[in-house]
Design a protein around this ligand. Structure first.
Ligand code: MFK
Ligand code: FAD
Length: 498
């Protein structure tokens, strides 16, 4: 009889996740955890069943840009995939952004929000990208305090009604540089109708968004990030006409192929300064803080999805007379990946907890310093982990892991960007050093890690605790020594951060 391999399957992504459940038992007060369990289970079901199946069916659909209509009008319409359309409605209804702003779980609202996302996002083909930027825009508007723009946009960005929900873009990167954003060439000029922007944005991912926050240099301003201003842009007018924006083309990318990443020309785009006419990069940092936290969580949920599939497959695939799940070397390989994922999960959720405490205004001084440091560390560490783990997951499927319609290679291709966008590993290592330079941060960091190590009671973990303490001592000695030598500090930043 011919043999056909059973494909991997997923179950309820909440019920199946022992790590998540133990984390929630430790982190949420019992009453809160109980009150959220049904919601988590519903999202776990959507992530493991309906949307996972939808994702497999939707595999070949990609965004399509139509630049001209039949009669020669420039229209620049992007049609996204059916899965993305449903993901947008789901995001509003399930409060995938709103939960953080409603603050029903007080300082744990960010944990609440990111658990919802963790359970469903791996089946939504990187719809997390526009949501991350939407969340970042909402937080930026609130922190920058422009009341008119808050009144105008916040109800949309945090809406639970699909009919009124908006997403936001984040247009920073230009041809001159995505790391060195201070080189931005887009100019802002006054006109009778208000400020207008002229320039090219080289990577814009949420191109179907209703609004964006972007950077431009008001005429007469000096160079660098200080001479830039952060602007609010609505992409279309009430009639649906683009606001002085041309969508030149969609990028042909290795992964994130469902994300309509485009190149834009801004030619007289009406825009409103959000917070004065200088310090654009500094003001954009609120956005980066939130989107980098999303990135760290995105790495965690990508690793988790890969391992859930690989573990299930190991129960189904028989080689050399036994299931892979019974082959000691395969088990050891998956266990190593699981350990890496669990470390990334806990680091990402630590960044989430600190963000939530900061936003709820209950963070201590030490926690504020820690939050500034842990955000880039979590983003850069988990980004590299996700690239490694999802590559190993492909290998755990053998040849099937290289064949597109199994859905496995997509996970690897989509993860490759997690260490590039939102600041590369090197750029974030340097950012971590800048954070460390602030007085008290180093002490806050060591206090946090030492405190956690001292709470480990299980004696079988003693060797791990000793190794971690040694690494900590090594890091302390390196930072103290390297502080005296700027070149050593910069060239060693990545080794230190990872
Ligand atoms: C699941 C997936 C979710 C994610 C989806 C996302 C989709 C993709 C979207 C993107 O990729 S959007 C583009 C993201 N781009 C970046 O992340 C830029 C990477 N480059 C950097 O981060 C550079 O370090 C930076 C542009 C910030 C350096 O520019 P500068 O001109 O050298 O700025 P500088 O002097 O370091 O900082 C200027 C001010 O901002 C300083 O304040 P002061 O003026 O008071 O001294 C800094 O302290 C402050 N600042 C910079 N970075 C900060 C920050 N403050 C807080 N947090 C930060 N991270
Ligand atoms: P470069 O800055 O040229 O970096 C090249 C290399 O140099 C990297 O390895 C980097 O680590 C290294 N490097 C740079 N500076 C230093 C340094 N000082 N020391 C050591 N090493 C350094 N941008 C947006 O604004 N909005 C978006 O929506 C958006 N979407 C994106 C979607 C995708 C799929 C991708 C791939 C990118 C997107 N980006 C977006 C752009 C992204 O943020 C940038 O590509 C990224 O920040 C890197 O910038 P760059 O491409 O100019 O690389």
């Amino acid at each position: 009889m011919s043999f056909f391999q059973d494909p991997p399957t997923l179950g309820n992504q909440y019920d199946d996740d022992a790590l998540l459940q133990s984390y929630l038992a430790r982190t949420l007060p019992e009453d809160l955890r109980r009150s959220l369990t049904d919601e988590f289970r519903e999202l776990g079901d959507l992530g493991g069943n309906h949307f996972y199946q939808f994702q497999l069916r939707d595999r070949l659909n990609e965004p399509v840009l139509t630049q001209w209509d039949a009669w020669g009008h420039r229209i620049d319409q992007i049609e996204v995939s059916p899965l993305w359309k449903e993901a947008e409605a789901l995001s509003a209804r399930r409060g995938l952004v709103a939960t953080a702003y409603e603050q029903k779980s007080a300082e744990l609202s960010r944990v609440h929000q990111f658990v919802l996302n963790y359970l469903v996002q791996p089946s939504l083909d990187v719809y997390s990208c526009p949501l991350a930027m939407t969340d970042g825009a909402a937080r930026s508007l609130l922190m920058l305090g422009n009341k008119t723009l808050i009144d105008r946009a916040l109800p949309h960005l945090t809406s639970r009604d699909p009919a009124t929900f908006w997403t936001s873009g984040q247009w920073m990167t230009e041809r001159t540089g995505g790391s060195d954003v201070g080189l931005t060439q887009t100019a802002a000029r006054q006109s009778p109708e208000g400020w207008r922007l002229y320039g090219t944005k080289w990577f814009t991912s949420a191109t179907t968004a209703q609004m964006a926050l972007t950077l431009a240099r008001p005429e007469g301003n000096g160079p660098g990030g200080k001479g830039l201003s952060i602007f609010y842009v609505e992409t279309r007018d009430a009639a649906g006409k683009l606001n002085g924006i041309q969508i030149n083309r969609l990028k042909d990318k290795l992964g994130t192929r469902k994300v309509p990443t485009a190149e834009l020309t801004l030619d007289g785009t009406l825009a409103i300064p959000v917070a004065g006419l200088t310090d654009g990069i500094k003001n954009m940092a609120w956005m980066l803080n939130v989107t980098r936290t999303w990135n760290a969580m995105g790495s965690a949920w990508s690793m988790r999805r890969g391992l859930a599939l690989a573990r299930d497959y190991a129960q189904r695939r028989v080689q050399f007379g036994a299931k892979l799940a019974e082959k000691p070397l395969h088990v050891d390989t998956l266990a190593g990946l699981e350990a890496e994922f669990q470390a990334g999960f806990l680091l990402a959720f630590r960044a989430v907890e600190l963000l939530g405490r900061m936003e709820a205004k209950v963070a201590t001084e030490q926690e504020l310093l820690l939050q500034r440091l842990v955000t880039p560390l979590a983003k850069l560490t988990t980004g590299r982990q996700a690239v490694h783990v999802t590559s190993e997951v492909s290998e755990a499927f053998g040849g099937a892991g290289y064949v597109e319609d199994t859905g496995v290679p997509r996970l690897q291709a989509d993860s490759q960007v997690l260490s590039i966008w939102e600041g590369t590993t090197n750029v974030l290592s340097l950012d971590a050093l800048r954070a460390l330079a602030k007085e008290g941060t180093l002490e806050a960091f060591f206090h946090e890690v030492e405190g956690r190590l001292s709470r480990v009671k299980d004696s079988s973990l003693r060797p791990c605790v000793d190794a971690a303490n040694n690494a900590l001592e090594h890091a302390r000695a390196w930072v103290t020594g390297a502080m005296l030598n700027p070149t050593a500090l910069e060239s060693g930043a990545r080794r230190f951060s990872l």
